[in-house]
Design a protein around this ligand. Structure first.
Ligand SMILES: [Fe+2]
Ligand SMILES: [Fe+2]
Length: 204
């Protein structure tokens, strides 16, 4: 991962598309949280979380200007890294976590939607807490003007908030959360393979 990120940060075209890809994924996550909100029972913590994920998508997009103004104007595939795997990652995580919840806990409807929000978001937060600090280190090493420190701070808060919500959801929360992490890890590795292929070609 370190090696991959050093290569990305060193190459302005790759770096701009990397930021745009992260922005796409944050935006997808934000929209999923908003979509799973119950119109009546939505809480302060869920509203805060959705707002912050939307901000991350915007903030990452804004960072691209430090590399080149207007170089990745949209989420069209030519402005992304590993576009297929990047889009597949979150959607498939949702599908597989829902399948698990239906099978193991027999959930449906509003309950399923809320439980999926908890588990999918938990797994993503675990990943974010690992990925963003490694990326920030690559940025520091390269002396880049881009920085993601404000995102790191908020993601740490999110993981704590998800654990608190999960504890209220089920006494067996850790068991379910661990299963979500196993599902997420396979999808993350698939994403990495896609990235490695594209970056290998670009830097060869
Ligand atoms: Fe985020
Ligand atoms: Fe988050």
């Amino acid at each position: 991962m370190d090696n991959l990120l050093n290569k990305i940060v060193a190459n302005p075209d790759l770096h701009a598309r990397w930021l745009n890809t992260l922005s796409l994924m944050e935006n997808t996550g934000a929209r999923k949280i908003s979509a799973s909100e119950d119109t009546v029972n939505v809480t302060y913590i869920i509203l805060k979380h959705a707002a912050e994920e939307h901000r991350h998508a915007f903030y990452l997009k804004k960072q691209i200007d430090k590399i080149g103004e207007g170089v990745c104007p949209t989420y069209a595939r030519q402005f992304l890294l590993a576009p297929a795997q990047s889009k597949y990652y979150l959607n498939q995580l949702d599908v597989e976590v829902c399948r698990y919840l239906k099978k193991e806990l027999n959930l449906s409807g509003i309950e399923l939607r809320f439980a999926a929000y908890l588990l999918v978001t938990y797994a993503i937060e675990v990943r974010a807490d690992e990925l963003y600090p490694v990326y920030q280190e690559a940025l520091d090493n390269a002396g880049s003007k881009v920085n993601v420190k404000s995102i790191i701070l908020e993601e740490e808060g999110h993981l704590e908030e998800m654990i608190n919500q999960l504890k209220n959801f089920s006494p067996d929360w850790q068991l379910h959360a661990d299963r979500a992490v196993v599902i997420e890890t396979a999808l993350f590795n698939n994403w990495l393979t896609g990235l490695q292929k594209e970056i290998g070609v670009a830097t060869a």
